[in-house]
Design a protein. Structure first.
Ligand code: 5CA
Ligand code: ZN
Length: 422
């Protein structure tokens, strides 16, 4: 499906250092070693409600990573999915009396507008789960044939026709490598995060659903030997990532709520399918953004929406600055104060960039580059810019040693490295 318009990326002289990020699987901050093309997969939205600031934080974080990789001299091949068929979407459509496809289309359109306003560079491949069904069918059929997956008859009370398909985790030695969680930790969240631990007949309560046979009233596709049905949630990301980036791609990203089961299962399924590991070189996770003591989430309904802030006249660049002021690995809560601070900051940056001459921008640009390459330390990057801004605004008109090219160079660098268009 189409993504959204790409923002213009100004050139910045020189290049940034190699990028280091925290890898959930090893618990270490590791240097990325992509080839000329860095391959990045980030889990996209389930389009049943509009983009909230938690989603925005996730996509701005991975946008920053993409910018740092480009600045370090790599091309970036960026893939993002859209979960345009899944339980939460079907349930919301039913509740609101909408067709699920219309609901998805409406929310994807709004997401595109939000991402454009926030200057997020679009993915090179933006792929809907529905578009990926043929590939899922092929993958699940292959896993059934190899014995990695098994079939369970649909229970009589659910129509009793056809078979669901599950991955046999017992046969997968890498299961657990992404999250590093204990079985108890896994069991604690599995049901609330889309799993079905109580399904009778499963070999292991944690075995993930690969294919769900058709049930009355649910959308379904031709699964060939699998019969009519629809894919489970995790397989969509397994196949989209492998089809577009290949197994062993550089970064799997998303919010920390996806560590388990989603990224654990996507990876183990990819490994079961291809016989190769690891699925991704590193797993990077954005900490949860909360509101009033709880995770901001569509299911809880405690949302601050990007689109609503925009409608109320908030400058999207102030929203982006508010997000960048937080480190991606630290959970935080949204309050209006964050926006106030960001709005004041943006105004000061604007004033500094409109002077005719300013202190040399070079050292500050190197500080910004170093901060971003150091596990995406955006708060430190903003502080480095603040320091230059304060020096610029404090300078008298007859101070010597001023550069007329500095404001322009700084403006282009903030745009390219931070996605802040002042
Ligand atoms: N479609 C799936 C991924 S395949 C999904 O999780 N969709 S979502 O709409 O629920 O979330 C979209 C992205 O935003 C995911 O990467 C998720 O981890 C992230 N996210 C969701 N809530 C928050 C939050 N409160 N703070 C930070 N990131 C969040
Ligand atoms: Zn995903």
């Amino acid at each position: 499906m189409i993504a959204w318009p790409a923002p213009f990326l100004p050139a910045v002289p020189g290049s940034g250092p190699a990028v280091r990020v925290h890898d959930t699987a090893t618990g270490e901050v590791r240097e990325l070693n992509p080839g000329p093309v860095a391959r990045l997969y980030v889990c996209g939205i389930t389009p049943y409600d509009a983009t909230h600031l938690g989603h925005a934080a996730t996509y701005v974080t991975f946008d920053l990573l993409g910018r740092a990789l480009r600045d370090a001299g790599h091309e970036v091949d960026y893939v993002q999915n859209v979960t345009d068929v899944d339980e939460p979407l079907l349930e919301r459509a039913e509740r609101d009396g909408l067709h699920w496809e219309d609901l998805a289309e409406r929310e994807i359109a709004l997401f595109r507008e939000d991402m454009t306003a926030l200057a997020v560079i679009p993915p090179d491949h933006y792929v809907g789960a529905v578009e990926g069904v043929p590939s899922d069918v092929e993958a699940v059929t292959k896993m059934v044939a190899s014995g990695a997956a098994y079939r369970l008859p649909v229970p009589a009370e659910e129509g009793g026709e056809g078979h669901d398909v599950y991955l046999d985790l017992a046969a997968q030695p890498t299961f657990g490598d992404v999250s590093g969680w204990t079985r108890d930790q896994m069991m604690e969240v599995y049901a609330e995060r889309g799993g079905d631990p109580d399904r009778a007949g499963k070999r292991d309560a944690l075995d993930p659903l690969l294919w769900r046979a058709h049930r009355e009233g649910e959308p379904s596709w031709d699964g060939g030997e699998l019969g009519q049905g629809r894919p489970g949630w995790h397989i969509e990301c397994t196949t989209i990532a492998i089809d577009h980036l290949g197994i062993g791609f550089d970064v799997q990203g998303g919010g920390s709520d996806l560590i388990f089961p989603h990224h654990e299962m996507s990876a183990v399924q990819g490994e079961a399918l291809t016989g190769q590991a690891p699925f991704a070189q590193v797993y990077v996770h954005q900490a949860m953004v909360g509101l009033e003591g709880e995770k901001m989430s569509k299911s809880k309904g405690n949302l601050v929406l990007v689109s609503r802030l925009r409608e109320s006249g908030v400058d999207p660049m102030a929203i982006r600055l508010a997000l960048l002021a937080q480190h991606y690995r630290t959970p935080w809560e949204w309050t209006d104060d964050h926006l106030k601070v960001a709005t004041t900051r943006l105004e000061r940056w604007r004033s500094a960039l409109s002077v005719v001459a300013a202190p040399d921008a070079g050292p500050t640009i190197e500080q910004v580059r170093a901060a971003l390459a150091d596990d995406l330390d955006s708060p430190s990057a903003l502080e480095a810019v603040d320091a230059w801004v304060e020096r610029t605004l404090a300078w008298g008109s007859d101070d010597e040693d001023r550069s007329e090219s500095a404001p322009g160079l700084m403006g282009r660098s903030l745009d390219a490295l931070l996605g802040i268009r002042v």
